[in-house]
Design a protein around this ligand. Structure first.
Ligand code: ZN
Length: 140
């Protein structure tokens, strides 16, 4: 990473999954309000820690940041500046890792729910409903 060219914009962007972001907390509250119980930041597979899990139903939930995970609406399609190619590659790598984790979790019997941070900002109730639907599918 040392070869990255520092930019003003880059300083607040981090490659690591950041925990307890505002959208993540908002979703947890909404899911809790639906009467669902979960556990936070439990590593369920090697190098795979969902933002929260509903262990009873084997549902794993990730809140994906629009920028880093390549939201179709909010990830810039045309990167600019000296690191443009690196950003593009980084986000592609993240997306590939997300897909791989989804497959590994599914193979281990987990139902994976990925929620974009923008979905939560727009309508946290409907985002929480997606989690509830996954649980109801598991119940049935
Ligand atoms: Zn988005």
């Amino acid at each position: 990473m040392s070869s990255w060219i520092p930019t003003e914009k880059g300083s607040h962007l981090r490659a690591r999954r950041v925990r307890d972001t505002a959208p993540e907390v908002a979703l947890r509250k909404a899911v809790h309000a639906l009467g669902l119980r979960f556990r936070l930041h439990v590593p369920v597979l090697r190098r795979c820690t969902p933002d929260f899990i509903l262990p009873r139903w084997r549902v794993a939930v990730f809140v994906d940041g629009c920028y880093w995970h390549g939201c179709p609406q909010h990830s810039p399609s045309e990167f600019k500046g000296p690191n443009a190619e690196r950003w593009r590659q980084k986000i592609q790598t993240n997306r590939a890792r997300d897909r791989r984790q989804d497959e590994q979790l599914a193979a281990a019997g987990w139902q994976v729910i990925r929620v974009w941070e923008c979905e939560i900002k727009k309508d946290v109730r409907s985002a929480a409903d997606r989690v509830r639907s996954a649980v109801e599918t598991r119940m049935g």
